[in-house]
Design a binder for this molecule. Structure first.
Ligand code: NOJ
Length: 552
């Protein structure tokens, strides 16, 4: 497929309303230079695969200069590419080549924190207490008789307190700095004009090079209550919250919208927010961001009542403001869907990587993940596919402790293994590691397990019953059927453990979450199914797409 113009595919259309966005976790996607790490060359070399798969855009996790203490979410310079991944020229070439395939590029941007190696944090450390350089971050004296206690009770997302005490330039123990994530990720103070100005230039730097938008990391946590008040001791969620959804956050995104609007075509912002659609709506009214990930859908266990509720609540909240839904079932922060759905239904407890308790049935997990994919791709709005999800890739649950890289492992005092199990380099070909990810004989940055020969692209392309085959068919059908993509859905009457909905014209999706076969809809033709179906029925833990004469 060719772009409408050499610069930007599909100028003008609000393409993000129903885009299929493929998440590239860059370090684990494809290794172009043979060092065991994925990189920009690797992505370029796999553009034909992505075009064949049928995706509209790539979200690429942070590629900026970084010590990689948190997978690149600790940025040293937003206008340089980390040498691990290539150069700015490589990135510019990738953007142009992807556009020639009709694929848009959405890099990550990380505005909440920098790396401790960022020159402005180094300058703040060197300048000492009270210096203006410290105002770009949150430096505060400690509590206690000697400042030996953190300034407030905020916890870090990765374990321990959200504060670290610094050694001042004179060698004494001094102030503390805030890091809601890892100690290597100091939070920026967006109440300073300088921080605004620098990010405005960072965004323009990449828009100038043709990117189609940004995925905004921790989008609701960027602005803080300047008083930095304690969180309630009873663990309840305060309203307002001191570091989530602060009013000043909306002002930041209004400015960012104006920056995107300086550029031709339709550039987009997608927010990483773990909140409900109703809580996200104030950001999505047209003057700030376009879409926000629907993690409530990801957090939902595989049961009909819970999925129906989150789908209905999402559509209701977003339709009221004219914003599209954005469905997600996996990413690099959570256990893969194949492993989550292998466990009995349970409620997510707020911990990234958490999978709950209970017996593990991997076959069931794989079957349900495929059903969830057909559900997701049939819902109104946009959807994300996390690399390897299209292959039905399992989680790697037994990475040796010595190989774990997620900062959660160390910062939690080695009590939480973290998220590495979903970040293992993906398999492309062959039957043994590195499975075509890197040249033969190389060890990848996270070790790959034995047995992944069954999940390689090479293997699945040949197998018409594979997960990859199903995804390719689903994306092709989605492009050709007028009922799919933007629009609405109507729930159909169905048994309690079955989800069935209609989309006009003439499309029905049925997901059977019960333990029994259920009857297929009368008078409709089966178009696609997540597994083989008994005649006239839909089997347990599967989904199927149907059309009547009007749907084609
Ligand atoms: C969300 C990212 O997806 C995650 O990987 C990262 O650790 C945190 N934000 C902090 O930047």
């Amino acid at each position: 497929m060719k772009p409408d113009t050499p610069e930007q595919p599909n100028q003008g259309a609000e393409w993000w309303r129903d885009a299929i966005v493929y998440q590239v976790y860059i370090r684990s996607f494809a290794d172009g230079n043979g060092d065991g790490n994925g990189d920009i060359e690797g992505i370029r070399s796999r553009l034909p695969y992505l075009a064949d798969l049928g995706v509209d855009a790539l979200w690429i996790t942070p590629w900026y200069l970084s010590p990689q203490s948190d997978g690149g979410y600790d940025v040293t310079d937003y206008r340089q590419i980390d040498p691990l991944y290539g150069t700015v020229d490589d990135a510019t070439r990738l953007i142009a080549e992807a556009h020639a395939y009709g694929i848009r590029i959405i890099p990550d941007i990380v505005p909440k924190h920098t790396s401790i190696d960022h020159e402005s944090f180094r300058a703040a450390l060197a300048a000492g207490p009270g210096a203006p350089e410290r105002e770009r971050y949150f430096f505060r004296p400690g509590r206690g008789s000697d400042g030996e206690l953190p300034p407030n009770n905020w916890p870090s997302m990765f374990g321990g307190p959200a504060w670290t005490r610094v050694v001042e330039p004179d060698g004494s123990l001094g102030e503390w700095y805030l890091h809601v994530h890892a100690a290597s990720q100091p939070d920026l103070n967006w109440a300073t004009a300088d921080v605004h100005d620098r990010f405005a230039e960072d965004l323009r730097f990449w828009f100038d090079r043709g990117v189609d938008g940004f995925r905004i990391d921790v989008a609701r946590g960027v602005a803080k209550d300047p008083e930095l008040p304690d969180l309630p001791a009873d663990g309840s969620y305060p309203q307002p919250h001191p570091f989530n959804d602060q009013p000043a956050g909306h002002d930041i995104y209004r400015l960012w919208r104006a920056i995107a609007d300086e550029y031709p075509g339709d550039r987009t912002y997608v927010a990483e927010m773990w909140s409900s659609a109703a809580e996200q709506a104030p950001y999505l009214r047209g003057d700030q961001l376009d879409t926000a990930f629907n993690f409530r859908f990801l957090f939902s266990s595989f049961d009909a009542a819970s999925l129906r509720a989150v789908i209905s609540d999402t559509l209701e909240a977003l339709e009221a403001i004219g914003a599209p839904a954005t469905w997600v079932t996996s990413n690099h922060d959570f256990m893969r869907a194949t492993a989550r759905y292998a466990r009995p239904p349970q409620t997510w407890d707020g911990e990234p990587g958490w999978v709950g308790e209970g017996p593990v049935d991997s076959e069931q997990g794989a079957r349900r993940a495929r059903a969830a994919a057909l559900l997701t791709l049939a819902l109104p709005g946009s959807a994300y596919i996390y690399q390897g999800e299209e292959l039905g890739l399992p989680e790697v649950e037994d990475i040796p402790e010595a190989d774990l890289r997620d900062p959660t492992w160390e910062q939690s005092g080695r009590t939480r293994r973290g998220r590495d199990g979903s970040r293992v380099p993906i398999p492309w070909s062959g039957t043994t590691p590195p499975y075509g990810f890197s040249p033969d004989g190389l060890t990848t940055w996270l070790p790959q397990p034995a047995g992944w020969g069954l999940y390689t692209v090479e293997h699945e392309i040949e197998d018409t019953s594979s997960s990859l085959h199903m995804y390719r068919s689903a994306l092709r059908i989605r492009r050709s059927l007028p009922a799919l993509g933007v629009g609405t859905l109507q729930w159909l009457e169905s048994p309690a453990d079955v989800l069935a909905f209609r989309r006009e014209p003439g499309f029905v999706c049925v997901v059977n979450l019960s333990g029994e076969n259920v009857a297929a809809p009368d008078g409709m033709q089966l178009l696609l199914s997540s597994a083989e179906q008994p005649a006239g029925h839909i089997a347990p833990n599967t989904a199927a797409w149907f059309v009547d004469g009007r749907g084609e």
